[in-house]
Design a protein around this ligand. Structure first.
Ligand SMILES: C[C@](O)(CO)[C@H](O)COP(=O)(O)OP(=O)(O)OC[C@H]1O[C@@H](n2ccc(N)nc2=O)[C@H](O)[C@@H]1O
Ligand SMILES: Nc1ncnc2c1ncn2[C@@H]1O[C@H](COP(=O)(O)OP(=O)(O)OP(=O)(O)O)[C@@H](O)[C@H]1O
Length: 308
């Protein structure tokens, strides 16, 4: 008799911050943010299977730069959910990466979001999404958004979310650098460059939110904004050229994604995004490129993944 082997597979997206405004650092070490997130079609997959202990393997581009031990965010997510729900079972997680590692597109947070959902489905703990988001926020400020997906305004640490209306599809070319930027270093550099930052307020996002509601990609392109960009450029001056190449190739807007170093260039169409990616490659200013569109869904269990 064959044993039924059960596997749950979950897919979670990466993100780009269409606007990222950074305020002062709070005593807990985190900065107050005002941000508009868009989930994009570059996905991390996490598969869960039964095991004696909690363990993880990581495959895909950049996997060798991801810790495979206790610090791994997928494993930490599994441990957190087990502790929270009193589950004593083991689990084997297999993370397949596509989001650039330490690229400012929240790959690690996507792994945490996917692992929370995969373990929740595998163990049948069936927690409400809000509870998973609360747990996830303790692992990374971006985790709640990657559970939610689509388009959202983030406040607090970026973890307090309000869904935003968005019409149409946005086509991106991402210019990727192998050598990532550590998020804490970029926030430190922001502090050094910005002695008295303004507390972010949502009034600054009104025009962008209107453009998204109208599906006006040209206006969205002109309104892309990132307060961490100057800090990322200070740490990686070579990115100035990458931004210029994408601009010269006619991007509707160009911005550093999150804490960088990935450069996000908005195209007029899928075809144009491919042309922007080709321009960055041809200029030799990136290690690789990705094209993607957004907004897309948040972390979700893949259909038919339940039983092998
Ligand atoms: C840059 C963004 O991606 C924008 O969405 C996020 O703010 C970063 O989110 P994340 O990578 O999930 O961040 P976490 O893993 O929670 O934090 C990593 C480090 O970034 C800094 N950090 C993060 C978020 C925030 N609001 N203020 C911060 O200063 C802190 O030094 C923190 O120790
Ligand atoms: N499962 C994981 N996947 C990726 N990185 C992980 C994981 N677990 C731990 N890390 C570590 O977390 C750090 C951040 O990686 P990540 O790819 O999330 O960066 P990021 O995209 O710049 O994050 P963000 O956009 O949220 O600032 C890296 O140093 C990485 O080694």
């Amino acid at each position: 008799m064959r044993l039924a082997r059960r596997e749950v597979r979950v897919r979670a997206p990466g993100k780009v911050n269409l606007s990222l405004r950074v305020g002062p650092r709070d005593p807990d070490g985190y900065h107050r943010l005002g941000t508009v997130f868009q989930a994009v079609s570059v996905y991390e997959d996490v598969a869960a299977r039964a095991a004696d202990t909690l363990r993880v393997t990581v495959v895909g581009p950049g996997a060798e730069r991801v810790p495979a031990g206790e610090e791994n965010l997928a494993l930490r997510a599994a441990r957190l959910l087990a502790e929270h729900t009193g589950i004593a079972d083991g689990i084997q997680l297999r993370v397949t990466k596509a989001v650039p590692v330490a690229g400012g597109m929240a790959g690690g947070s996507a792994d945490a979001a996917a692992a929370l959902l995969a373990c929740d489905a595998f163990w049948g703990t069936a927690l409400p999404r809000e509870e998973l988001a609360e747990l996830g926020a303790t692992l990374g400020a971006d985790v709640p958004f990657l559970l939610m997906g689509q388009t959202a305004v983030g406040t607090g640490r970026g973890d307090l979310l309000t869904p935003a209306l968005s019409r149409g599809e946005y086509h991106w070319a991402f210019g990727i650098q192998e050598d990532g930027l550590p998020t804490p270093a970029v926030f430190d550099e922001f502090d050094a460059l910005t002695p008295d930052p303004r507390i972010p307020d949502l009034d600054s996002e009104v025009a962008l939110l209107q453009a998204l509601r109208a599906g006006d990609a040209v206006a969205v392109g002109t309104l892309l904004h990132n307060d961490l960009q100057a800090a990322a450029l200070e740490l990686r001056p070579d990115l100035v050229e990458t931004l210029a190449v994408a601009e010269d190739a006619g991007a509707l807007g160009v911005v550093i994604s999150g804490s960088g170093p990935t450069v996000a260039a908005l195209g007029r169409s899928r075809q144009h995004a491919l042309a922007l990616a080709a321009a960055m490659t041809a200029a030799g200013v990136v290690d690789s490129v990705l094209t993607a569109s957004g907004p897309v869904h948040g972390a979700r269990v893949l259909p038919g993944s339940d039983v092998l």
